[in-house]
Design a protein around this ligand. Structure first.
Ligand SMILES: [Zn+2]
Length: 316
């Protein structure tokens, strides 16, 4: 099935034989996709969602598949909450796989911290920005469940007779990104190594490694690609993200050579074709990450300072 044949509508879509994507338009902050790969009498889930009500709704919709093919394995593509805060709803017998640093990163930004940020006094710019983007989710009383298996190299799981590969490609979006590859239908679940229609967000970097990750994904020669956010795509979607990252890195390089700080570079950036993508304020944080990768002397800032810088550039 070609990517364009799959409507970008909320819900469960069979994107290839026995391979399903859970889509959540419009793919903005916290609205992430997930996946379900069905084998004979077993299934593998790719990611849970940002809060328990959303994850419950998704798992209920998946019951048409999982009633006879229980979720034996789950994969968290990375530790951002919109891909794993629903983990506690999985059966205790489900074996959860994730990439390097997953549990550390999850405990660094747990649901309780986000709950706290929603009500904290953070000033006139950051407070409203966070509430506008995250206020609709429920972060209170969410049990945290980490990974059972840390995947540090390519790993193939047998999901009811079906081979499913977990490929660590980070650090890029976070310190421990993994993608899920279903070779028999050439379907790729890219997690947040792909944002389609929205601006990619570099929490970790380096961006050069993310570009290499795009090349690795293209080399798989996928037919159907499910991004972490946005509509189902194909190789063209991977190339778009790769092009944005190349643009970003090139711009950071020339700005640095011209003696501009990352904040100055962010204030002056002309995003060209990428200006139409959602969450364009992420480019501010991405320039910080690009500078950090190019110039070790770039001063480190806190998560709150980074969010404040983005909030100040939010088109609203
Ligand atoms: Zn995400």
């Amino acid at each position: 099935m070609t990517a364009s044949a799959i409507p970008y509508r909320k819900g469960l879509h069979e994107v290839a034989r026995g391979v399903h994507a859970w889509l959540a338009p419009d793919g903005g902050w916290g609205l992430s996709n997930a996946g379900l790969i069905a084998g004979d009498g077993a299934a593998l889930l790719v990611d849970t969602l940002f809060d328990l009500p959303m994850t419950r709704e998704m798992l209920a919709a998946m019951a048409v598949v999982t009633e006879r093919r229980p979720v034996r394995y789950a994969v968290n593509t990375h530790a951002n909450g919109d891909h794993c805060f629903g983990n506690s709803l999985l059966s205790p017998g489900t074996v959860i796989h994730a990439g390097p640093h997953f549990d550390d990163d999850l405990h660094e930004v747990p649901p309780a911290l986000l709950a706290q940020l929603m009500t904290a006094e953070l000033g006139p710019v950051l407070g409203p920005y966070l509430r506008r983007n995250f206020g609709r989710y429920t972060f209170t009383d969410v049990p945290v469940r980490g990974a059972d298996v840390t995947v540090t190299g390519p790993l193939t799981l047998d999901v009811g007779g079906r081979a499913v590969e977990i490929l660590p490609l980070g650090p890029a979006h976070t310190r421990g990104d993994v993608v899920v590859w279903v070779p028999d239908t050439r379907t790729l679940f890219a997690g947040d190594l792909l944002f389609i229609g929205g601006t990619p967000m570099i929490w970790s970097g380096p961006p050069g490694n993310w570009i290499a990750a795009c090349d690795r994904m293209l080399a798989l020669d996928p037919v159907t690609v499910v991004p972490g956010h946005g509509p189902v795509t194909g190789p063209a979607g991977i190339r778009q993200v790769r092009d944005y990252l190349s643009f970003l890195l090139g711009y950071a390089r020339s700005s640095l050579a011209a003696g501009r700080s990352w904040r100055e570079a962010a204030a002056e950036v002309d995003l060209g074709p990428y200006a139409a993508w959602g969450e364009s304020e992420r480019t501010v944080a991405n320039l910080y990450a690009a500078y950090r990768s190019l110039d070790p002397a770039t001063a480190e800032i806190s998560l709150l300072e980074l969010l404040t810088a983005m909030a100040g550039a939010d088109p609203g």
